[in-house]
Design a protein around this ligand. Structure first.
Ligand code: AMP
Length: 291
């Protein structure tokens, strides 16, 4: 599998075509590989599948896990190739944010869904500025026709969808494709950070997907939130948030009636996990849902 490290090497691989693109931070698991397979399905008539592997320093806050984030480029390239990738783009920090061209690192205007809901935006200040900065930069460098993102990072997905809507002139015709969250057989959402969990933490982490499943069948958002809090606390998780929100705006709702999403962020000692699911039977009603 060819690994391009510079924009020039990537351009040589793509030969002017607009690829189907999957941006990742590496340490690839089944969730990432499902996104790559989806990109492969979408890539018709010789469209290539490009996968980026870049641990973006600007989306990590002080004290977060940037330094210890797992890095395994060779194994990732092999796995991505088997899943359908044609080219891996693994740029250096200097290639993404050249010292001489600070203008290239400009952060796009953040959509409201990146600043108003008080979810990841409140708990990881600066995170979405970093995410929008790197995704915009990668879109500029890769020039995709379609990019696949996972519902696992639901607020991020909504932020990217809105950013692309705001910047139609910058990325004409670019389509954002949603992919449902891929889970372990026991329900735990796959995540590169699961590797940090010890065995008994792994068992407690299951409370997150269980709580989200309970939220599906609750009669009201308030009831769903109470049920989620209870099960998370019982399993000794430190809850950042466990809420039911409007699936589009991610703002609070009083009743089910609009498509709704239950979202959880919780910590087990020093491992922070996030997950989400459609709530109140909203999956089929959500016009934005990928499947
Ligand atoms: P990351 O490497 O964590 O930045 O994730 C890269 C992409 O993979 C993002 O679009 C994530 O939402 C997506 N992703 C991560 N975990 C999963 C999962 N378990 N199921 C589906 N997509 C995922």
């Amino acid at each position: 599998m060819r690994v391009a490290q510079t924009t020039q090497e990537l351009a040589d691989e793509l030969k002017g075509s607009r690829p189907a693109f999957v941006p990742t931070m590496g340490a690839l698991h089944g969730g990432h590989l499902a996104l790559i397979s989806r990109a492969k399905q979408l890539a018709r008539n010789g469209t290539r599948v490009a996968v980026s592997i870049f641990v973006n320093p600007t989306q990590f806050g002080p004290g977060e896990d940037y330094q210890r984030y797992p890095r395994m480029l060779e194994a990732d390239a092999t796995a991505a190739g088997l899943a359908g990738a044609d080219v891996i783009f693994a740029p250096s920090v200097e290639a993404v944010y050249p010292q001489q061209r600070r203008d290239l690192a400009r952060v796009p205007r953040l959509p409201e869904v990146a600043t108003q809901p008080k979810l990841e935006d409140a708990h990881r200040p600066g995170h979405f500025a970093g995410v929008c900065q790197v995704v915009a930069r990668l879109f500029d460098m890769v020039g995709p026709s379609v990019a696949v993102f996972g519902e696992k990072d639901y607020q991020q997905l909504r932020v990217i969808e809105e950013m692309v809507k705001q910047e139609t002139d910058r990325w004409p015709g670019l389509k954002i494709e949603r992919h449902p969250t891929v889970r372990e057989p026991d329900g735990l959402a796959m995540s590169s950070r699961n590797a940090y969990l010890h065995q008994e933490q792994r068992a407690d982490a299951l409370a997150i997907s269980r709580a989200l499943m309970l939220a599906r069948n609750a009669n009201s958002p308030r009831e769903a939130e109470q049920n989620m809090q209870e099960i998370l606390q019982w399993h000794r998780l430190a809850v950042d948030y466990a809420v039911v929100r409007d699936a589009r705006t991610l703002m609070p709702i009083e009743e089910f009636g609009v498509p709704a999403r239950a979202l959880i962020a919780a910590r087990l000692v020093n491992v922070r996990l996030i997950d989400n699911m459609a709530a109140g039977g909203g999956e089929t009603k959500d016009p934005h849902a990928g499947s």
